[in-house]
Design a protein around this ligand. Structure first.
Ligand code: ZN
Length: 327
């Protein structure tokens, strides 16, 4: 604006003051406006933005989803179909934890990948729920036959004891209670929902426990061989005997594993050999034929459908398998 330069002094002063006033009015208006804007947003946030919960693997997802229902967003870090015991964290896991409010884990050293992943996520507000809180772990209740190879391969932390607590309905109940209490503490607004949802799930867990008790009390000390040390808690609860020859499931059994299984069958009155779902191991098949033992499938529920009710279906199928084997 070249013309401003040739305007009279008065006019120039006026024109200098006016924009200043306008600016003051505008800026004070702006100042008033922005807090109200922020208020409107923050008033909306609690109801619109759900609490974000990340869970580690399937059973923890089931239990958490059952308690949270629809009032929180529940995610899973280890995708179903992926082996939890040897899991290596992915970049998206770090991202998920970085933006989460709550992290729920099984505990007892199962999630070996978690400590480093949580560190990398740098989320100081993250609330962690350890579902194994208050549960006394076992190193091994039933005799676990260990190979020298396994001792050497022991890179996943098992120092806190056997982690497979979810396979005992009574311990699963404790896990659900820990999740409920943790969610209520972190998100008290939804306390009533967490209480009602957990009560419904716990009722089904109690029912499952009495079914197991009633069915399996007929077969005390029924002994089975597993190729995954997943059932010491279940065996202890219902007075069965697990002889595990492999600590975590392997794609291919080693000759030592097979020899351990043969030794176990010689040593104990073994009723059945249990394999994992989805494994088609020829070696195991011929072994069971040689030993004249049934080879059946017991599900450690580390993989499967994401519906929380699947826990009950899977456990009931396990009960049928155990009864058929122990008869
Ligand atoms: Zn396992």
């Amino acid at each position: 604006m070249v013309r401003t330069g040739i305007e009279p002094k008065n006019g120039r002063r006026r024109s200098g003051i006016l924009p200043l006033i306008a600016l003051l009015i505008l800026s004070s208006f702006g100042c008033n406006q922005s807090p109200t804007d922020k208020k409107a947003v923050s008033q909306e946030q609690p109801s619109a933005k759900k609490t974000k919960i990340v869970t580690t693997f399937l059973p923890i997802y089931w239990f958490t989803k059952a308690v949270a229902g629809d009032v929180a967003e529940v995610e899973i870090l280890v995708p179903p179909g992926t082996e939890v015991h040897e899991y290596q964290a992915k970049p998206e896991n770090v991202k998920a934890i970085a933006t989460a409010n709550i992290l729920v884990k099984n505990g007892l050293g199962l999630e070996g990948f978690l400590e480093e992943t949580v560190k990398n996520a740098q989320n100081p507000k993250l609330i962690e729920i350890d579902t194994s809180k208050g549960i006394k772990p076992v190193e091994a209740i039933s005799p676990v036959v260990k190979t020298s190879k396994e001792e050497k391969d022991h890179n996943h932390e098992h120092t806190s004891g056997n982690p497979h607590i979810w396979l005992d309905p009574v311990m699963a109940k404790q896990q659900v209670i820990n999740i409920r209490d943790g969610l209520i503490a972190a998100d008290p607004q939804n306390k009533a929902t967490y209480e009602a949802n957990s009560a419904a799930y716990i009722q089904k867990l109690d029912q499952l426990n009495s079914e197991f008790q009633q069915t399996l009390q007929k077969y005390p000390n029924c002994t089975f061989v597993t190729f995954h040390d997943a059932y010491p808690y279940l065996a202890q609860r219902y007075k069965l005997k697990q002889v595990a020859v492999v600590e975590i499931p392997e794609d291919q059994l080693s000759p030592t594993d097979v020899q351990n299984a043969v030794n176990a069958v010689k040593k104990y009155q073994v009723k059945a050999l249990f394999t994992e779902p989805g494994t088609d191991n020829k070696l195991l098949k011929s072994l069971s034929q040689d030993l004249k033992l049934n080879l059946q499938t017991l599900d450690s529920l580390e993989n499967g459908e994401t519906d929380p009710q699947h826990y009950f279906q899977g456990m009931k199928a396990n009960l049928q398998t155990l009864e058929a084997a122990c008869k």
